[in-house]
Write a protein that binds this ligand. Structure first.
Ligand SMILES: [Zn+2]
Length: 184
């Protein structure tokens, strides 16, 4: 869920859409007329994991978010938190959401997800352990890599890249439109 900024977080003055010269030219942004604070609205880093289960014959774990409509299975994702590296963050997210222990991480790539104003940092995570889902996830499935269908959005492109790197030709599915939501 995204919230609009109405007041300056520094001095509580109502923000205004003010044009100002920046390095790239004049740009209108929400700014504070009193203390010059600017709402940059930078994309939020989201970490994502393609989980390869080392103790389940290399099957890939995809999970369905409890908040999603339809039976769509996707990568484990979560917001990067202050005070952690991307690798620490995705290791934490995988543990929190699936109870699996990450043994190895390989960066797949970095992808924009402009609809949510996010930038996705996607990893291939080799993991092991007993699967215990967090309440945010409704169910999971284990897939052979060659059976995975990719979707045309940030993490789906990461999945396609990973499959291509392993010699598979990605298969694509078209997603039904769904309302914006926060990453979990
Ligand atoms: Zn201010």
């Amino acid at each position: 869920m995204s919230h609009q900024f109405n007041f300056c977080p520094n001095c509580a003055t109502p923000l205004q859409l003010l044009a100002q010269m920046e390095d790239g030219g004049e740009k209108a942004r929400l700014r504070c007329p009193a203390c010059a604070w600017t709402h940059w609205n930078n994309p939020t880093p989201v970490l994502a994991a393609i989980i390869e289960c080392a103790d389940r014959d290399g099957m890939v774990l995809l999970a369905r978010n409890a908040a999603w409509q339809g039976r769509m299975f996707a990568l484990i994702t979560g917001f990067m938190e202050a005070g952690e590296s991307p690798e620490e963050g995705i290791t934490r997210e995988v543990a929190e959401e699936t109870n699996l222990v990450v043994d190895e991480l390989n960066l797949v790539g970095v992808y924009d997800f402009q609809r949510m104003n996010q930038v996705i940092v996607a990893y291939h995570a080799v993991a092991h352990g007993e699967v215990v889902l967090s309440p945010e996830l409704a169910e999971y499935k284990l897939y052979r890599p060659e059976d995975i269908k990719c979707w045309r959005a940030g993490t789906g492109y990461a999945m396609a890249k990973w499959l291509t790197d392993r010699g598979h030709t990605p298969q694509w599915v078209e997603l039904p439109p769904r309302p914006p939501q926060a990453a979990t």
